[in-house]
Write a protein that binds this ligand. Structure first.
Ligand SMILES: [Zn+2]
Length: 154
């Protein structure tokens, strides 16, 4: 999967505190060489999405878990209920790309919904976390635009 030649910028910004980023990094490495996936829970504004916590979910894909994921709908429902009980909401989805850059695949594009952040974490299995290991995307008019990530906290 090649990165897109031109990447347009989404009008939104994802707030992802450093502690949550680290948590995601660990989860992504732990499931290597398979894709890890889960939910981002927080608050959604017009141009700013704040992640308050993250929820791991099961990857139900059994055929190609090294480059596909199917987030368990039960985990989605449980995370949604728990978020609402806290006055929060599901603001996005995260998944890892083992040995592949943090750019959305065609499969990611086909499965995406508008109005959510799609955070992708590139993993190599050795704990390394190079530049661009985390990228966030938003589906707008059937295309993914890259969303800035702010790890400075809320
Ligand atoms: Zn993907």
């Amino acid at each position: 999967m090649k990165p897109l030649l031109t990447v347009e910028t989404a009008p939104t910004q994802l707030g992802l505190p450093a502690a949550l980023r680290q948590q995601l990094s660990h989860l992504a490495e732990a499931s290597y060489p398979f894709e890890a996936c889960g939910l981002l829970v927080g608050r959604m504004g017009d141009t700013r999405i704040d992640t308050v916590r993250i929820c791991p979910a099961r990857n139900l894909n059994r055929e190609r878990p090294e480059d596909r994921y199917l987030l368990d709908p039960q985990d989605f429902l449980a995370a949604d209920q728990a978020a609402r009980a806290q006055g929060l909401e599901i603001v996005g989805f995260w998944h890892s790309h083992p040995n592949s850059p943090a750019y959305p695949s065609q499969t990611d594009l086909e499965a995406a919904w508008e109005g959510y952040s799609y955070l992708i974490i590139s993993t190599t299995g050795d704990g390394a976390e190079g530049a661009g290991a985390f990228r966030s995307w938003r589906l707008i008019d059937n295309r993914f635009l890259e969303e800035a990530i702010d790890t400075g906290g809320n």
